[in-house]
Design a protein around this ligand. Structure first.
Ligand code: PXP
Length: 235
C-alpha cells in the first residue's frame, strides 16, 4: 500500500501577508518550503472575497512547483474559468458562504447534482482530477460518485471538534468509497493529536491540512528567527 499523502494548505501564509500588504510572507516561498520538507502537494483555496490567496498567488505557485497543485474553489462560473486557465492537477469543490470564517460544512451534492455535474464534467474534460468536499454521509458519497467525481474529501471538522460518533461516521464513509470506486481524502481541523485515527483509516489516501500547520510553524520557527535577529543586530 502507498503511504498516505500530505497536502499542505498554504492559505494562511497569504492571510499573514495580507494583514500588512506587500509581498511577505510569500505563499510561493511557503510552497517550496513545505515541499522541501516532504509534503506531497500544495492546496490553495481561492475564495470569492480573495481574503487570503489571490489569482496571482495560484499562478505563481503553479509555475514554481512540479508537485501537484490542488485548487479549492466554489463551483461558480468564475472559478471554473480560472481553473481551466490554470489547469491544476486537481480541483476540490467546496461550498462557500461569504460570512463564514472557514469552510463550515460539506458540499450538499445530493441536492445540487444538476448544477454540479456540468462543473465536474468541464474540469474532468480538461484533465483536472475532481474532488468534492463532503460530510461523511452515504447520500453525499453516492451522489458524488453518480455525478462523476473521482475523489471525495471527507470533512473532518465535526470529528476535530469532538462530536461523538464522528470517527465511526468517517470510518463508514471511507469504507463506502471503495464500493463506489471513489478515492478517499480527508481534511479540516486536523492536528498532531487528532490526525492518527484518520490517517489509520485504510481507504484514506490523502490528508489536506492547513491552519494547524501554519500556526504550529510559528512556534517551531520563532526560536531560530529570534536568534538570527539578535545576531543581525549585534553585527
Ligand atoms: N480541506 C478543505 C476542502 C478545506 O476547505 C480546508 C480549509 O480551507 C482544509 C482541508 C484544511 O483545513 P484546516 O485549515 O482546518 O487544516
Amino acid at each position: 500500500m502507498n503511504p498516505i499523502r500530505l497536502g499542505v494548505n498554504i492559505d494562511h501564509i497569504a492571510t499573514v501577508r495580507n494583514a500588512r500588504g506587500g509581498l511577505d510572507p510569500s505563499p510561493m516561498r511557503a510552497a517550496r518550503a513545505v515541499l522541501a520538507a516532504g509534503a506531497d502537494s500544495i492546496t490553495m483555496h481561492l475564495r470569492e472575497d480573495r481574503r487570503h490567496i489571490r489569482e496571482d498567488d495560484v499562478l505563481a505557485v503553479r509555475a514554481a512547483i512540479t508537485a501537484p497543485l490542488n485548487l479549492e474553489m466554489a463551483a461558480t462560473d468564475e472559478m471554473v474559468r480560472f481553473a481551466l486557465q490554470v489547469r491544476p492537477h486537481a480541483c476540490c469543490l467546496v461550498p462557500e458562504k461569504r460570512t463564514e470564517v472557514t469552510t463550515e460544512g460539506g458540499l450538499d451534492v445530493a441536492s445540487q447534482r444538476a448544477s454540479l455535474a456540468p462543473v465536474v464534467a468541464a474540469l474532468r474534460e480538461a484533465g483536472i482530477r475532481v474532488s468534492l468536499f463532503i460530510d461523511p454521509n452515504p447520500a453525499q458519497l453516492e451522489a458524488s460518485a453518480a455525478i462523476g467525481a473521482q475523489v471525495v474529501e471527507l470533512h473532518t471538522g465535526a470529528y476535530a471538534q469532538g462530536v461523538p460518533g464522528e470517527l465511526d461516521r468517517l470510518r463508514a464513509a471511507a469504507a463506502l468509497t471503495t464500493t463506489l470506486g471513489l478515492q478517499c481524502h480527508a481534511g479540516h481541523g486536523l492536528t498532531f493529536k487528532n490526525t492518527p485515527p484518520v490517517a489509520a483509516l485504510p481507504e484514506v489516501e490523502e490528508l489536506n491540512i492547513g491552519h494547524f500547520l501554519v500556526g504550529e510553524a510559528f512556534f517551531v520557527g520563532l526560536y531560530a528567527v529570534i536568534r538570527r535577529m539578535k545576531m543581525v543586530m549585534a553585527r
